[in-house]
Design a binder for this molecule. Structure first.
Ligand SMILES: *Cc1c(COP(=O)(O)O)cnc(C)c1O
Length: 359
């Protein structure tokens, strides 16, 4: 018997691991999880009932075509069914987009720092990451991203608003960028936080997709709709791209619980978007308070704020945890803090006030 282990693809070596937000400590004094950009509200009662009913038949495979959800989405966004694809969260769909477009020798461009899944899914495909630094104001540098396009570029992610900085790109600069990108390069507008945006100058990716065949929009039920644990997201894209997504999907990836919950959530949108409105008010309060304390906070249109703390990042995260809120540190860079329950936000703001005095 040979002692060698099974041969694995070389691309997997050195792959960064996805770091989930740390859970709130069990048994601590009070502990709030502000580390994963989740929705702090518990599931809506009606959505809960729908999921409970669906749970009665989880001995069966789900509807592989996600028929009910697809038709609800087609109506909701006024797009043809053939332009839709669902997946196991929008991260799952993003991975399929990279698989469908990019392999060894191909390049995937994205801003950095941005969503930590991009380098992982690019490397799994064997493609090369091209990271374009954010501007000093922590915004996508779209001119530099367009300059980075080569004849090997296959896909460009534009995360709007950007995770973890919360910053946005606006209509005029995005259109100018898209005019410069060759039409055979796929541009993915990752709009996971779309519902939290209040800046009228930020375009709706779905309107842009209608006019541009190389644009694909990613949306998720994980954030505003509060279904993070159920794993369902979707893409809106023109025919060849949407068809490629349906080809690369893991069969039965989206559970029936997730499908039914997503449909129920779309139908309960008024209640859910009311909660989003409250979170946006809290976000504005948090940002104003931080600025009043003397912090520089980039303008955020998402359900989180970014504090560029550099070398103090890890210390600050530890102080927060002692105070009862778990945040998301990016060592050496900064912390991303999700807008949560009012009490959690208050603890965070008290902590920033104390920390500020020590700086
Ligand atoms: C949270 C998030 C997603 C969505 O994740 P799901 O897989 O849908 O839960 C996608 N993109 C960004 C930038 C995110 O922050």
């Amino acid at each position: 018997m040979s002692e060698t282990s099974p041969k694995l693809r070389a691309e997997l070596e050195g792959i960064p691991t996805y770091k989930p937000g740390k859970p709130a400590a069990a048994g601590g004094p009070v502990a709030y999880k502000l580390s994963s950009n989740e929705n702090p509200y518990p599931p809506l009662p009606g959505v809960m009932e729908t999921v409970a009913a669906a749970a009665g038949s989880f001995n069966r495979y789900p509807d592989m075509a996600c028929t009910a959800l697809m038709s609800e989405l087609a109506d909701r966004f006024a797009v043809p069914l053939t332009h839709l694809a669902t997946g196991t969260g929008s991260v799952g769909v993003a991975q399929q987009l990279v698989q469908a477009t990019s392999g060894p020798g191909d390049e995937v461009i994205y801003a950095w720092r941005s969503f930590e899944a991009y380098p992982i899914i690019t490397q799994i495909s064997g493609a090369t990451s091209v990271r374009v630094p954010l501007t000093p104001g922590d915004v996508h540098d779209l001119d530099a991203m367009a300059d980075a396009v080569t004849d090997r570029t296959r896909l460009i992610f534009v995360c709007n608003p950007n995770n973890p900085t919360g910053t946005v790109v606006r209509r005029a600069e995005l259109e100018r960028f898209l005019d410069r990108v060759p039409s055979d390069v796929l541009v993915v507008l990752d709009e996971a936080y779309r519902e939290f945006m209040r800046d009228p100058e930020v375009p709706d990716g779905v309107e842009i997709y209608r006019r541009r065949p190389n644009v694909c929009v990613l949306r998720t039920f994980s954030k505003a709709y509060g279904l993070a644990g159920l794993r369902v997201g979707f893409a809106i894209a023109h025919e060849p791209v949407a068809a490629a997504l349906r080809k690369t999907a893991v069969p039965f990836g989206v559970s029936q619980l997730a499908q039914d919950a997503a449909v129920a959530s779309l139908r309960a949108e008024d209640a859910l978007l009311g909660r989003v409105g409250s979170l946006v008010c809290e976000r504005n309060r948090v940002v104003e308070t931080l600025r009043g304390q003397g912090w520089t906070v980039p303008e955020t249109q998402a359900n989180f704020v970014w504090l560029r703390l550099g070398e103090r990042t890890v210390d600050f995260a530890a102080v927060c945890e002692q105070a009862g809120v778990v945040v998301r540190p990016f060592p050496g860079e900064g912390v991303r803090v999700t807008i949560g329950e009012t009490e959690a936000n208050d603890i965070f703001l008290k902590t920033t006030e104390g920390f500020r005095k020590e700086l």
